[in-house]
Design a protein around this ligand. Structure first.
Ligand code: NDP
Length: 333
């Protein structure tokens, strides 16, 4: 069995990851760490976790095999490095760190220690996105030409905290959602982004100079161009993902979500077809792949290197927004 320690008494763990770990035949949550002893105890009680601790040393000293890091983003680096040093496998939330240079430190340390490091990019685990990736790889839309990502949402009130008030914690919509879009585009297209141009806005929700909306234009290695829109302030916008090729278009709606929802249409000269795909829980599949990687079978659904790519992409988008220029993306891998 895999015994997990949770680093961070977070919403995402409570809403998705605790269940995802427990859904594995061999997954167990042994401990939770919060920076506040009271919050640790309350969280452990509510979620039936046997051990509540309030220091990293206490968590890493517990009988655990792996940690899931879902604290605010500025804490990921130090916590991941400590876990790696303690010999624990690390599934870390996105963005891996505040800079791609720091994310590289995590990947390098994990490699040197023989530790599995994964990035929790859930969308790679969605049946919809895997169906699109497979269709493209099988040539069903011919040569991919352009992609469009619609991922502007309304940040729920219970999450209107550090994301819109704390730049030092890695707030802002680009580190929150653009990282996912960069990763999902890479995954679905099977291609890497080389350059990005980005405009950001503060549309009334985020303060402290943070952006709560972004539109990016991406160029990929193959020549594919893409647009993506991320936001916290649009209450009534749906989500979607489209890839248009020389022989067909993939048009997916309601797929940029945490649930296995949505529809994928393939439109070609032959007409329109709805692609079928599995409706497995995204986070459960993420943990499943991670467990397999720990036992020496394959890789996490998104590796540490994938986390460097998505962060280098988001970082370039932020540099573009502040400089007014297109910025090259270089993960330095
Ligand atoms: P939360 O705000 O719920 O939790 C982050 C941290 O905030 C916790 O670790 C906790 O610190 C602290 N905190 C929680 N409640 C309180 C409180 N009442 N008072 C003071 N501090 C509190 O964040 P999220 O769960 O939304 O996000 C956590 C991480 O997960 C981020 O890196 C985010 O980017 C990522 N994420 C990923 C998603 C995905 O689908 N891949 C989805 C959502 C988030 P402590 O642990 O010290 O108690």
């Amino acid at each position: 069995s895999v015994r997990w320690g949770l680093i961070g008494a977070s919403t995402i763990a409570r809403q998705f990851m605790i269940d995802a770990i427990r859904a594995q035949g061999d997954g167990e949550i042994a401990a939770v760490m919060s920076s506040s002893p009271e919050r640790a105890t309350a969280y452990a009680g509510e979620n039936h976790i046997p051990l509540a601790v309030s220091t990293l040393d206490a968590l890493l000293g517990a009988d655990i095999d792996a940690v899931y890091i879902s604290t605010t983003n500025e804490l990921h680096l130090e916590q991941a490095l400590a876990a790696i040093k303690a010999g624990k496998h690390v599934l870390c939330e996105k963005p891996l760190a505040l800079t791609s240079a720091d994310a590289r430190k995590m990947v390098t340390a994990a490699k040197a220690a023989g530790i599995v490091l994964g990035t929790n990019h859930h969308l790679r685990n969605a049946g919809a996105h895997r169906a699109m990736r497979d269709a493209i790889a099988a040539g069903r839309i011919g040569k991919p030409i352009a992609a469009r990502v619609f991922h502007s949402v309304y940040l729920p009130e219970n999450l209107q905290g550090w994301r819109i008030t704390r730049p030092e914690a890695g707030g802002g919509v680009v580190l929150d959602i653009t990282v996912h879009d960069a990763d999902t585009l890479r995954f679905v297209l099977g291609d890497d982004p080389v350059e990005v141009s980005c405009f950001t806005q503060s549309a009334g929700m985020a303060g402290s100079g943070l952006e709560d909306g972004a539109v990016c234009i991406w160029r990929f290695k193959s020549g594919v161009i893409a647009q993506s829109h991320e936001g916290f302030t649009t209450k009534f916008a749906g989500t979607g993902f489209e890839v248009h090729g020389s022989e067909g278009s993939l048009i997916a709606s309601n797929v940029m979500t945490q649930k296995p929802d949505g529809l994928v249409l393939l439109r070609t000269a032959k007409g329109e077809e709805q692609l079928s795909f599995d409706r497995d829980d995204l986070y459960t599949r993420s943990v499943h792949q991670f467990h397999a990687a720990i036992s020496g079978q394959g890789h996490p659904a998104a590796t540490g290197e994938d986390g460097i790519w998505s962060l280098a992409s988001a970082e370039a988008a932020l540099q573009s927004a502040s400089s007014g220029r297109a910025v090259k993306i270089d993960p330095k891998l």
